[in-house]
Design a protein. Sequence first.
Length: 439
Amino acid sequence: MSDRDRYRPVPQGRLNRLAALGQIAGGVASGVVSEGLSRLAKGERPHLRDLLLTPSNARKAADQLSRMRGAAMKLGQMVSLDPGEFLPPELQAIFSQLRSSAHFMSPGQLSASLASAWGPDWRRHFSRFDVTPMAAASIGQVHRAVLISGRSVAVKVQYPGVARSIDSDIDNVATFLRLSGLVPAGLDLAQHLAEARRQLHEEADYLREAEQMRRFRALLAGDARFVVPAPVEELLRPTVLPMDFVEGVPIERLAVVPEATRETAMRALADLALSELFTFGVMQTDPNFGNYLWRPEDGRIALLDFGAVRPVMPDSAESYRRLLQAILSGRNETVRAAFLDMGYLSSAQVARHGRMLDEMMSTVLEYVLQAPEGLVDFSDRGPLVAVRERSQSLFADRSLWTLPSPDKMFLQRKITGMALLALKLRVRLPVVEMLSRYA
């Protein structure tokens, strides 16, 4: 990608952002027509969903979302959290770009944003400020810098207008989902979209994120496995978050280190997620792999992003505790009851697909409870593939789709993200031992 393509002004204003989303819809629609005609010419009768989820359409959507940034891109990033078994490899490769490849704001926008936060002479605070970002995501981009004091820092700068665009982005995406037919007409997303709206507003408040960073520094002060940067208090602003710069490599790089090192790091992250859910009462719910760095020199893990920290509701924690107890019991009916209670299953789904659900649960329970030496092997994707194959009829029965409460959805996103990272790192973990401490 050329510098000209990489540096793009962030679209601002509802009409501009609606037009950008319209480009996605228009590009996807033209792709559907083209692909549909091609398949019909071959004598096929493709389904609309198959035409929507083509690599070409995914590429168009991913590119436009990365240009928009903000809530629209954030929702697209959620699609990228897939282990590679539920989306075709072509789609997974394209959507995964949304985890770390947003277009940068233009130099003019960057300078204006920093001047708005610190005044026109903002450079006086630094002996060095790298104008080219070291990372870019949905809400902001990160620059490396050195303060006049010599302190090395990472400076997160929010994209201009992103906070103001959240409400309209959510409304536009909701309209797009409703008109596209990707979501069943009878599935009410209002409560979940409202919660997504609220959390995105919190993520856009860098003063709040700094507060959560301090909170986790205190919670993990005695845990040598983790590093949490400190905010630079005197330069902290609602749209600019300077913090300690932490050296490290992307967490995915652990896939090539010795097995013992991989498992130590993954167990630390799994322990952290369980502590957040059952002990801390607060969880960082964004499992984007870019939020973690691994430090080869000491094996510690740096935690970088605290925008998506949210309290864990006591009833949600208790629901997950009952689910752990059900899994450890090894009884399908107990696990099924826990999923029904949490809203992940409906009684109608059990009535229509009970046998298939029992087969899926038996596969998972055997995978976890009968693991050789008590170590669940996440490099073995056989059980995952088996569950996927059995679940096709359940997912195809769109009239019975159900959703748990928004709180549980956000918690589950973190839990699923940790499972996907374990798959990616091909680790073996004593899952029963780890879960038993909280059951």
